[in-house]
Design a protein around this ligand. Structure first.
Ligand SMILES: [Zn+2]
Length: 309
């Protein structure tokens, strides 16, 4: 039996992956078009991106299904493909591991302004499709409100997900003193709420101004109130508009400097969000392996069990 993600990461930290959206753009997706539909129309391009992350050293891949709910797909008149888009997303990520051990995290992004009934049924449909296709976990990402997060957790439970990750997007306040979500949720409140409602991993991703050092602060603040494992995916710096294109300014060399402090603070999964590339993940891999070695932890340690017989 494969170890549950939430158990494996208590023994040693795992490396996540980097951005999908910006990589899809590089692969030819036009601004405003539906990247998730590519799971059906251009699966080989999605696979190529995820293979590069596996080659760079990712232990976990997040499916290309961020906007794969019925509600979000409907903006591109793709709502009737919701189940297939999510199923294909899991299959492509699994294929990218190519027989290697690895965790496929089924991605669900935020919905925004819809009725509770609409959001609930969209969450339920997407979570069920991801779990049925064999995702090892569901990650409910870029969340800003606890109400929506709760519906996501409940839908994931109903779908039979073995591991549920709740990931909040925090913004640094104008005076720079702290960070909270757009809806005013602080990390302590989010972590307590997730633990109370049965999530297995508390996380953060994206956000404004949440670089590696802020992410470390968030790990510490999570750790103060919960014993659940922690996952972080900071952006590769701040977005800047250059020639009408959004560019993220942090290089792998700059970003990786923040990795050891993050691991020391107790981050159990470290990946990266907007603007990051396989090169960022490759830099993370090297430093993470050095860190594991210095701690006497075997990188493949926890996975031997799953390989016996
Ligand atoms: Zn992001």
């Amino acid at each position: 039996m494969k170890r549950l993600l939430q158990d494996a990461i208590r023994e040693r930290p795992l490396l996540g992956d980097g951005a999908m959206g910006t990589q899809l753009m590089i692969a030819g997706l036009e601004q405003g078009n539906c990247g998730e539909a590519w799971n059906l129309t251009h699966p080989e391009r999605v696979l190529a991106i995820q293979r590069r992350y596996v080659e760079a050293g990712s232990d976990c891949l997040i499916t290309n299904t961020f906007g794969g709910s019925r509600i979000m797909l409907n903006r591109h008149s793709e709502a009737n493909h919701a189940v297939e888009v999510n199923r294909a997303g899991v299959e492509i990520a699994r294929q990218a591991f190519d027989e290697k051990d690895g965790y496929v995290l089924g991605d669900i992004g935020p919905f925004g302004d819809f009725t509770e009934a609409q959001v609930r049924s969209a969450f339920e449909e997407q979570a069920a499709a991801l779990v049925d296709a064999g995702a090892d976990a569901i990650i409910i990402e870029t969340q800003t409100s606890l109400e929506e997060l709760l519906i996501g957790i409940q839908a994931s439970k109903a779908a039979g997900a073995q591991c549920i990750i709740g990931s909040m997007a925090y913004d640094v306040t104008l005076d720079g003193s702290t960070f909270r979500t757009m809806m005013g949720i602080e990390p302590e409140r989010a972590a307590e709420f997730m633990e109370e409602h049965g999530a297995h991993i508390v996380a953060l991703n994206c956000g404004t101004g949440m670089e590696m050092e802020r992410a470390r602060d968030a790990v510490e603040r999570y750790r103060n109130v919960t014993s659940l494992p922690v996952m972080v995916q900071p952006n590769a710096g701040k977005p800047q508009l250059i020639n009408m294109k959004v560019v993220y300014d942090e290089t792998p060399e700059q970003m990786v400097k923040g990795l050891i402090p993050l691991l020391r603070a107790g981050a159990n999964i470290v990946g990266s969000c907007c603007g990051s590339t396989p090169e960022h993940i490759r830099a993370f891999r090297k430093v993470m392996d050095e860190f594991l070695e210095s701690q006497g932890i075997d990188r493949k340690g926890g996975q031997h069990e799953s390989q016996t017989l």
